[in-house]
Design a protein around this ligand. Structure first.
Ligand code: PRT
Length: 87
């Protein structure tokens, strides 16, 4: 089972190794503006799912929001500890 920390490490590896066909690498290269829009979009989908959809659908939307937030963290060069210190 993947965790927040293991996904973060996996994304770091993808971004460093740039494997062919990686959506993460393509999104990373598009930049902050693109990533910000994805975060906004997924946050809206989390809200709608929480209001109207099943626990399963909500869980999937939350996973996508976490993913896009992590890509943004990598784009800005933040570590997990940079964020965890505020939790
Ligand atoms: N966990 C995720 C993940 N969550 C969300 N996404 C992306 O976010 C999109 C969210 O879907 P939407 O609901 O917005 O659907 P969509 O509008 O059809 O998507 P787009 O057309 O906007 O891409 C998905 O299509 C994926 O592109 C993810 N992309 C990758 N991962 C994981 O990241 C790792 C690296 O994967 P690569 O990107 O293939 O290197 C792997 O473990 C993947 O499982």
């Amino acid at each position: 089972m993947k965790s927040f920390d293991s996904l973060f490490a996996e994304l770091a590896q993808r971004i460093a190794e740039r494997p062919e066909g990686s959506g993460t690498v393509a999104a990373f290269d598009k930049g902050i503006h693109h990533l910000g829009k994805k975060i906004n979009e997924e946050a809206g989908e989390v809200w709608i799912a929480a209001e109207y959809q099943s626990d399963e659908e909500l869980s999937e939307e939350i996973s996508q929001l976490l993913y896009w937030t992590q890509v943004m963290m990598h784009k800005r060069g933040l570590s997990l500890d940079d964020v965890y210190r505020y939790l």
